[in-house]
Design a protein around this ligand. Structure first.
Ligand code: SF4
Length: 174
């Protein structure tokens, strides 16, 4: 491991899903990054994929940039926004950070836009604006994710409210 990697300051792009996982559980970042496949029968995984495929099928147009896949771009009141569709707002902090990571990725490529989280099942939307505080938060989480990715061992499991529905429970508590 080189010094840049160990400090988490590498500029290697990281997928937005790893930002999301970090906010839920840092151990999941390591497991995902090391391509350990979660339990594919987990109902949360299946339903989430179904929702992403179907709920916004007509308007959906996935956008890929620097290893991040944003759900789609939309125009609201004449303004371009990045939209992320989520199954529920239960993990709202993770959702916000993932979307903020996309907004920062776009900003780094000279594109300045707002974001919007959409929860179709809850008929709810939330605007996400990348201000200085959020930008710093994204940068610190990116650095933490990079450190975990290059670590030889995963962080120890921690029992949280997410473990019960986690597709990786088998790797932690079997
Ligand atoms: S079961 Fe719990 S500790 Fe293990 S990866 Fe999932 S959320 Fe993290």
């Amino acid at each position: 491991m080189n010094q840049t990697e160990s400090s988490g300051e590498s500029n290697v792009p990281i997928p937005g899903t790893l930002i999301w996982y970090y906010m839920i559980c840092p151990r999941q970042v390591w497991l995902m990054a090391h391509q350990l496949n979660p339990d594919e029968d987990n109902p949360d995984l299946g339903y989430g994929r179904f929702l992403q495929r179907e709920a916004y099928r007509r308007e959906k147009k996935e956008v890929s940039l620097d290893r991040s896949k944003m759900d789609f771009l939309d125009r609201v009141h004449g303004e371009m926004i990045v939209v992320e569709v989520k199954k529920s707002s239960r993990a709202i902090e993770s959702n916000r950070l993932q979307l903020a990571h996309y907004l920062l990725t776009l900003e780094e490529n000279g594109i300045y836009v707002k974001g919007e989280l959409r929860f179709p099942d809850e008929r709810k939307r939330e605007t996400v604006i990348l201000d200085d505080q959020l930008r710093q938060h994204v940068l610190s989480v990116r650095a933490a994710v990079r450190r975990i990715m290059v670590d030889e061992n995963p962080p120890a499991p921690q029992k949280t409210k997410w473990c019960r529905s986690c597709a990786y429970a088998f790797f932690c508590w079997a």
